[in-house]
Design a protein around this ligand. Structure first.
Ligand code: SF4
Ligand code: SF4
Length: 509
């Protein structure tokens, strides 16, 4: 394979190298020089219509647009010379001619391309004396996105996104001259499964998230690297939280979720399910360790480990480990799966697992990102042998075994059995002497269990997920656990320790 040729050129007085044929704007970025721009986006091309990325190139009769100029051997480029800065300033001034002075009430404030570049390369005295042109404000573009036509600078990033990425064509540019405006194509709503991405790529406050608007100023947000657990793609995300001061949070702790650029997994995008589907992090959460049957009461973790370990050990000894079935969850991290195996396979000798993309874990798939398995880490379980060396049973055969009295106990991890068994669930579970439910959220299954153990949500712990393609990614802790919740691995580990302790005591006796 032929290696691409490297060219040398001068940028702001410094000699730099770049592969031949690289766009000047990209080559400058590689060399640590960010040239101001609006319309150019690495995933959406370079129409060159915003004219902000103009630079001075020695020998060229006028400033050139760096997003449409390729590097050449011996080129001498200046993005910070007086001529280049004047050209950038003029472009910026044009963008601001009709832009409203909304900053104090605009949700983009603090992360706005107009604000940032005005402070960086602008700071001019406005020469505009005419009234600004007024256009539509507070337009509901779709279920997740609000449009403010006055703030739009017509960079066309959003129209290119819906034309080229989702190919759903909901947005267009209408009108002529300086009366041009962005709008919905008649009869369309911005409701494609990736609609939230237009908010990220809009460099100004023209497109904002309904879910996030007016909740909290962006400069109060903390950002934590995370991985979306919404499907087996495992998109790289950033979880934005504000734990330091009050905000209009409607009882939630996560302010918003944004994509984190990862060329191997999700590129620049995430889907709306992953972006907006975090209600369960704060609603219907389990925070207390509970014994729900035989004198219902809250337990300490030590009491729960002792009671459950002793119940598991005595029933396994009396009725055989074959009568205990474990319902596994693809929500577990790699760390959880390792502890899961130690507890259930190595310590208890369990033979029957329900594992795999069962009907309750499947959903829509498309060619862009969304995968059919709506859990992040079935691969992590497979790496421990589940579903391969350790076979898994089907829901039907499990229901038959329970009916036939072959099962004495169920350990359910983060699954709601009513999604597969429906109204039969209560009847089936009532036939069992021991049902343990473990998970972060309330479920009908949890309410029917003998013991209910609160687990942390993924934003309250750290760990790794292995996605459908085998890519392992780390996610970090963004929030403290609610109530007494523990990571799943810590619960499995606590039970395995207590079971091992019981066995040591038996051996001594
Ligand atoms: S709405 Fe935003 S992304 Fe779309 S054209 Fe206007 S400024 Fe660009
Ligand atoms: S594609 Fe899957 S992993 Fe990516 S954001 Fe959507 S639900 Fe999350």
């Amino acid at each position: 394979m032929s290696e691409s040729k490297t060219v040398k050129f001068k940028l702001n007085g410094r000699e730099v190298e770049a592969p031949e044929g690289r766009l000047l704007i990209d080559a400058a970025k590689d060399a640590g020089v960010e040239i101001p721009h609006y319309c150019y986006h690495p995933a959406l091309g370079n129409p060159g219509n915003c004219r902000l990325c103009v630079v001075e190139v020695q020998g060229a009769p006028k400033p050139l647009v760096s997003c449409r100029t390729f590097v050449k051997e011996g080129m001498v480029v200046a993005s910070d010379s007086p001529a280049a800065m004047r050209a950038q300033q003029s472009s910026l001034e044009l963008h601001l001619v009709n832009h409203p002075l909304d900053c104090p009430v605009c949700d983009q404030s603090g992360e706005c391309g107009l604000q940032d570049y005005y402070m960086e390369i602008g700071r001019y005295e406005s020469q505009v004396r005419e009234d600004k042109l007024h256009k539509g404000k507070r337009i509901e573009a779709g279920p997740h996105v609000m449009l403010d036509q006055e703030r739009c600078i017509l960079c066309t990033r959003c129209t290119r996104f819906v034309d080229e990425v989702t190919k759903t064509h909901e947005l267009g540019i209408f009108g002529r001259g300086h009366g041009q405006y962005i709008d919905l194509v008649p009869g369309k709503t911005l409701d494609n499964p990736y609609s939230g991405n237009v908010v990220d790529i809009c460099p100004v406050g023209a497109l904002t998230e309904k879910d996030f608007r007016y909740k909290v100023r962006v400069w109060y947000l903390d950002e934590t690297d995370s991985v979306c657990p919404g499907c087996s793609r495992g998109c790289s995300t950033s979880v934005h939280t504000n734990t330091e001061r009050p905000w209009h949070n409607d009882g939630r702790r996560v302010a918003r979720i944004k994509p984190r650029h990862n060329p191997e997994v999700n590129g620049w995008w995430i889907c709306d399910d992953g972006r907006f589907g975090y209600d369960s992090l704060d609603h219907d959460r389990l925070g207390r360790v509970m014994r729900l049957k035989d004198q219902r009461r809250e337990l300490s973790w030590t009491e729960a480990f002792e009671e459950i370990a002793s119940a598991l050990a005595s029933r396994s000894a009396g009725k055989g480990a074959g009568g205990l079935v474990v319902i596994a969850s693809g929500m577990l991290s790699n760390e959880d799966w390792a502890a899961f195996k130690v507890l259930f396979v190595d310590t208890l000798g369990v033979k029957h697992f329900v594992f795999g993309p069962e009907p309750d874990q499947l959903g829509e798939e498309d060619e862009l990102l969304r995968k059919r398995e709506k859990v992040p880490n079935l691969k992590g379980g497979q790496a421990q042998g589940f579903g391969t060396e350790i076979p898994s049973a089907s829901w039907d055969s499990l229901a038959k075994d329970i009916e036939a009295g072959k099962v004495w106990g169920l350990y359910v991890v983060e699954r709601d059995l009513t999604k597969v068994w429906g109204q039969r669930t209560a009847d089936l579970l009532s036939k069992l002497g021991l049902v343990i439910f473990q998970g972060p959220n309330k479920t009908a299954t949890g309410d029917l269990a003998h013991y209910r153990l609160p687990a942390t949500a993924y934003v309250e712990e750290e760990g790794h997920f292995t996605n459908f393609g085998g890519t392992v990614q780390a996610y970090k802790k963004a929030l403290e656990p609610l109530g007494s919740a523990k990571p799943d691995w810590a619960i499995f580990h606590g039970l395995a320790e207590h079971l091992a302790g019981d066995r040591r005591e038996e051996a001594v006796a």
